[in-house]
Design a protein around this ligand. Structure first.
Ligand SMILES: [Zn+2]
Length: 231
């Protein structure tokens, strides 16, 4: 069994330009030539991708797979999701119409930039019951969840995520547990790293990501698109 890894860069937006550059430097220093960019087209309703030409050009120059990652990356405060996220569950309680509007709008901003996308990951991995149907209707090929990637009408690939949470309470715990996690995940065929832009502002997290990348360097780097063609 050949082991594989998908490296995902989460929350990519003009808001995190410096963070992105630092993370890209780290990846290139480790010879990582394939990764997936999770783009948020209008972060917090204030950082539209198509209004920032240099950032847009940077993204296109990277020539990597683009995954739509919400529209604003912001949701209402929700007691139900407080353990999973800090107001990042953009899609948690949206109506069908608003879910569709955000997917269409996000896609439109990417199209304005000349960027194609076929996959979606919800902020904080919090979906709602309309999401898959709307994504299918909008010609998306699949969705990434916390434990698996679903290719619509085809298959579901078990591929757990390793993430270093950005929430203060959980931050310490996940730093401690990342190495334990990698041991646990060692036998899984396909794993994913979720490197968040905010991780770039925490030197301990960057050190940890470097270690994790080194520990998994024998795995073949793949994309979501690669999964659609593999058996
Ligand atoms: Zn996110």
């Amino acid at each position: 069994m050949e082991k594989k890894i998908i490296i995902e860069l989460h929350d990519v937006s003009p808001f995190y330009k410096n963070e992105l550059l630092n993370i890209l430097r780290m990846l290139y220093e480790h010879g990582i030539k394939k990764f997936s960019i999770l783009l948020t087209p209008n972060f917090k309703g204030r950082y539209r991708l198509d209004k920032d030409n240099s950032f847009k050009d940077l993204i296109k120059c990277l020539k990597q797979e683009i995954i739509l990652h919400g529209l604003y990356h912001e949701g209402k405060f929700s007691l139900r999701h407080i353990l999973a996220t800090n107001r990042e569950g953009e899609f948690a309680d949206l109506s069908k119409e608003e879910t569709r509007r955000r997917i269409v709008e996000g896609n439109k901003i990417l199209k304005n930039c000349g960027i194609d996308t076929h996959f979606f990951v919800a902020p904080a991995w919090i979906n709602n019951k309309y999401l898959e149907k709307i994504l299918t209707e909008q010609k998306f090929k699949g969705i990434g969840n916390r434990w698996s990637i679903k290719i619509f009408n085809k298959k579901k690939i078990f591929s757990p995520i390793i993430t270093l949470s950005n929430r203060n309470i959980l931050s310490f715990l996940s730093k401690k547990s990342a190495k334990t996690l990698i041991k646990l995940y060692k036998n899984f065929e396909t794993i994913r790293f979720a490197i968040h832009m905010q991780d770039a502002n925490d030197s301990e997290k960057i050190i940890l990501w470097k270690e994790l990348i080194e520990q998994t360097e024998k795995r073949r780097l793949i994309s979501y698109e690669d999964l659609t063609s593999e058996s």
